[in-house]
Design a protein. Structure first.
Length: 284
C-alpha cells in the first residue's frame, strides 16, 4: 500500500489553499500520508496541518508529533522513506516513527546557550556562554545533557552500531568528528545540509547539529517487525502501538467493527505501547 512520508519545517509553509491542494494530490497519488510534525500543539506548522486534515476530512493522513531536534526529525523521515519501500503498511509506518525515535541520539555543538530552552541550562552555563570561544556540547535526545565541549567528558551514546550525521558550519566541528565520533564508535561520518529551523530550535546560529542513527534498512525493518501488530477496530489498518495514528482510535476503545477489515481471530486484545527491542552491542 503506497505511503508518502513528509517532514515539516517553517520554511515549507505554503498558503493554506496550496497546502490543501498538494495534500489532496499526495493522497490521490499515494493513498496515505505520514507527516512528522513538531510536538508543541501551539506550533503554527502543526496547527496548519490539522486544519488541512480537517478540510480534507482525511483519515488517511497521520500527523505524528515528535520532540526531536530538526536534524533527527529529518533523518527519521529518511528512515521511514526507506521502510516505505518494503511490505510495511501505512499504519505500521506511522507507529514506527515513534518506535525508531528511541534509537536516535541527537544534539548540537553550540557557541552559545543563552537562548537555549530545549534542555535545562544552569546560570553558570549562561554566564560562561558570554565568554568568546566557549563551545557547549548539548544532547537533547534521548536524555538531556549539557556541558562545555571537552574531549575527556562526553555525553552517553548508543550501545549499538550507528552512523553519525552532522550539519552546519557555525562552529568548529572537530569535537564532533574527533572525540565524539570515536567515543560513539561511529561507522561513518556524513555531512548533510542544516535544516532550516535548526537555528530557531537551538536558540543560536552558531552551531553544528549532530545525530547518531541506524542507516541499515534491514536493521530498521527488523526493529519494526519485532513489535507486535494489531488491527485497528475502526479503519482496519494494521498498526503498532496503543493507537491508530490515522483515525486516532485507541486499541480496544470502540466496539464498532472495522470499516474495511474484520479483526483477525485472537487479536482482539489491546496492544501495548511499543517497547524497544534489544540490539546487539557494537563490537569493540
Amino acid at each position: 500500500m503506497p505511503t508518502v512520508i513528509t517532514v515539516t519545517t517553517d520554511d515549507l509553509a505554503l498558503s493554506l489553499e496550496d497546502q490543501v491542494i498538494r495534500t489532496a494530490a499526495a493522497l490521490d497519488a499515494y493513498g496515505h500520508v505520514v507527516v512528522l510534525a513538531p510536538a508543541d500543539p501551539a506550533d503554527p506548522v502543526r496547527r496548519r496541518l490539522h486544519t488541512v486534515r480537517s478540510a480534507l476530512e482525511a483519515d488517511r493522513m497521520a500527523i505524528v508529533p515528535l520532540t526531536l531536534p530538526p536534524l533527527a526529525r529529518t533523518l527519521l523521515g529518511e528512515q521511514l522513506r526507506q521502510l516505505a519501500g518494503t511490505d510495511l503498511g501505512p499504519g505500521v509506518l506511522a507507529g514506527a516513527a515513534r518506535l525508531l525515535a528511541y534509537y536516535l541520539h541527537s544534539g548540537a555543538l553550540l557557541g552559545s546557550v543563552a537562548k537555549l530552552d530545549r534542555v535545562p541550562v544552569g546560570v553558570g552555563s549562561h554566564v560562561r556562554s558570554l565568554v568568546p570561544g566557549r563551545h557547549f556540547a548539548v544532547l537533547a535526545h534521548p536524555e538531556p545533557y549539557l556541558a562545555e565541549a571537552d574531549a575527556d567528558h562526553l555525553p552517553p551514546g548508543p550501545g549499538y552500531q550507528t552512523q553519525l550525521a552532522l550539519a552546519g558550519t557555525g562552529v568548529d566541528a572537530g569535537w564532533i568528528t574527533g572525540p565524539l565520533a570515536d567515543a560513539w564508535h561511529s561507522q561513518h561520518l556524513r555531512e548533510v545540509p542544516l535544516p532550516p529551523d535548526s537555528a530557531r530550535w537551538w536558540g543560536t546560529s552558531r552551531l553544528v547539529e549532530f545525530t547518531a542513527y541506524i542507516a541499515d534498512v534491514g536493521m530498521l525493518y527488523q526493529l519494526v517487525t519485532s513489535v507486535r501488530r494489531d488491527t485497528c477496530t475502526w479503519c482496519g489498518l494494521e498498526v503498532i502501538g496503543d493507537q491508530c495514528l490515522f483515525c486516532a482510535t485507541r486499541l480496544g476503545e470502540r466496539a464498532t467493527p472495522a470499516k474495511h477489515a474484520a479483526v483477525p481471530a485472537g487479536r482482539e486484545r489491546a496492544v501495548e505501547t511499543p517497547r524497544r527491542p534489544q540490539l546487539e552491542p557494537h563490537k569493540r
